[in-house]
Design a protein around this ligand. Sequence first.
Ligand SMILES: [Zn+2]
Length: 139
Amino acid sequence: MSWNYKYKDLLKKAYKNLPKLSKTTERFNIPKIEGRFEGNRTVVSNINQIAKQLSREKNHIIRFLVKELATTGENKGKLYYFIGKFNSKRINEKIEKYTKDYVLCSQCNKPDTKLIRTKGITFKQCEACGARTSVRQIK
Ligand SMILES: [Zn+2]
């Protein structure tokens, strides 16, 4: 094993240990849901991972989805149950919309943003380029 090889390996490891969204230069992949139907409900089993990948509050994402899908639902442990049958394509489109609206910077398109609230207005603050845009409130 050459020194170079080891070094590359170390680098790889170091990158792996970095927080997911931090200063990434790779294309950001919008997470996809894992779901299934259960009777008249749609169960999503990876909402926690999605929230983690997007660095957003799970409840914020759920409020958005419930509103967009015009339904209600409930948490059961790691699962989220939507009332009604929604195919994964439809939910993924909503996750994409959420990501564009609330995660990706509208200036540089990077995911290194956070939501901040000032004077009742929520802003998407980009830590990569410094842009700040107001975002719609989810009631
Ligand atoms: Zn930016």
